[in-house]
Design a protein around this ligand. Sequence first.
Ligand SMILES: NC(=O)c1ccc[n+]([C@@H]2O[C@H](COP(=O)([O-])OP(=O)(O)OC[C@H]3O[C@@H](n4cnc5c(N)ncnc54)[C@H](OP(=O)(O)O)[C@@H]3O)[C@@H](O)[C@H]2O)c1
Length: 241
Amino acid sequence: MSVEPMNVLTVLITGGTSGIGRATAQLYARRGAQVVVTGRDEARGQEVAAETGGRFIRADLASSQDVRRLAAEAGAVDVLVNNAGYWELNATAETSEEGFDAMVAVNFRAPFFLTAALAPRMAERGRGSIVNVSTMVAARGAAGMAAYGASKAALEALTRSWAAEFGPAGVRVNAVALGPSRTEVTAGMGDMLDTLAAASPLGRPNEPEEVARVIAYLAGDDARPVTGTVLAVDAGRVATL
Ligand SMILES: NC(=O)c1ccc[n+]([C@@H]2O[C@H](COP(=O)([O-])OP(=O)(O)OC[C@H]3O[C@@H](n4cnc5c(N)ncnc54)[C@H](OP(=O)(O)O)[C@@H]3O)[C@@H](O)[C@H]2O)c1
């Protein structure tokens, strides 16, 4: 009797070299997926590849050329997690054009063209799932975060449009809007992170592993009827503002 080979999920995680992306790569690897991570940092990327048994593709998502190369090298994927993010916290008048362009490029343009390359391949196979990583600042105003919040609000708008565009072909697209989360980038905030998180009903920041589990839930079959949604993962902060 021949035994059908198990269908191994291939998952591409941008920003998989750190924080939430790295935790997501580790979770998927523990669940038996073939993981592909991308980022700019070669050393951290190779570390994650080694710990997940996966593949690292170095790419700077601020570069259109790198985004095209990444899409080509990644090949067909079942799950795409558009997680990489860049932010500069500045008053509007003090935001440089370079900083603005970098936030738009990494948070909005790169997910757009990566999805443009990969989602049609999912659609051809009649299945696939995309999760975009946003922030609670996309929906609620915050001084010093105008450009960052707007770039992520654009990503949330893409989430809804892509759900409409790719849903009929069996591809789901959702987003998570994160509150304060304990990662490498927020480590420098020290106690400020806990103080910020204390304002939410649950009174605590997200841990990367917890966010990874929500991402995997949205991407997976347990969320089969869910597409075009932005799920708040913020300890109840935005619901109670
Ligand atoms: N932590 C929070 O409190 C929080 C709150 C709301 C939303 N978020 C969102 O959550 C996501 C993950 O953030 P995190 O907290 O895990 O941050 P992190 O630990 O700093 O990780 C950010 C990741 O993005 C990658 N990245 C940044 N710029 C890039 C570029 N130009 N090209 C390629 N990769 C780039 C980094 O890779 P390299 O360093 O290797 O380039 C890194 O892997 C982001 O989208 C962020 O906006 C985080």
